[in-house]
Structure formats: structure tokens, C-alpha cells
Design a protein. Structure first.
Length: 114
């Protein structure tokens, strides 16, 4: 999916990658997709904070603050950041539409279940 996301991005685009690649990602062609289009990949690992703040943000505090923020402002955050919520099973259709420039989105989230 990361390779497809990179192909679908317009120049200077950003992919937020939440996956873990146990087997690596040999299909990535970073020279073509990443470097030449000036793309950015941001990785979000659970519980990771900037090094200088790690002593102040343990997992418990990070979780508590995240839940408090989402409780207070969750819908506002979602409306401001997520333009599309797509059922997981429709992910391939979304990625194809983006890659073929038949659809535009700021940020898509795949949902699972009802």
C-alpha cells in the first residue's frame, strides 16, 4: 500500500504511514516516486515522542492526553483533518481512483466495522 500511496501523490505530497513492515517493502521504488516528486513519508509509531520530551511523556500520559483531546475536540479534529472515511474493503478502489487522478482527497481513513 505504501508504494501505491507514493505513486498516487502529487509532487510535494505527504504519506502518513502507520504500518509495520516485517518482511520489508521491496516493491518501493524511492528513486522514482519519492525523490523525483519531492515526497515526504511520515511514520507514526505508537508511543513515540520527540527525544527531548521522552522523559516527560510516558505511555500513560500520552494515552491520557490523547483521550482527553479526542473527548473534548474529537469531531472538530476529524472534520479538520480527514476528508474521506472509506470502508476498509473499498481501499483498493480509493487507491486506484487516486492513482488515476479520478479522485482527490486531503486525508483518507479506512474504517473497519460499523
Amino acid at each position: 500500500m505504501l508504494a501505491t500511496a507514493l505513486r498516487a501523490l502529487r509532487p510535494q505530497g505527504t504519506v502518513i504511514d502507520l504500518a509495520f513492515y516485517q518482511g520489508g517493502a521491496p516493491e518501493l521504488r524511492l528513486g522514482e516516486e519519492f525523490h523525483h516528486k519531492g515526497l515526504t513519508i511520515r511514520c507514526a509509531q505508537i508511543g513515540r515522542v520527540p527525544r527531548g520530551l521522552a522523559d516527560h511523556w510516558d505511555r500513560r500520559r500520552l494515552s491520557a492526553e490523547t483521550l482527553a483531546l479526542l473527548s473534548d475536540c474529537g469531531e472538530l479534529v476529524r472534520r479538520g483533518l480527514v476528508t474521506d472515511i472509506v470502508p476498509f474493503q473499498d481501499g483498493p478502489v480509493l487507491m486506484t481512483e487516486l492513482a488515476e487522478r479520478r479522485r482527490s482527497t486531503i486525508q483518507a481513513v479506512f474504517s473497519v466495522g460499523a
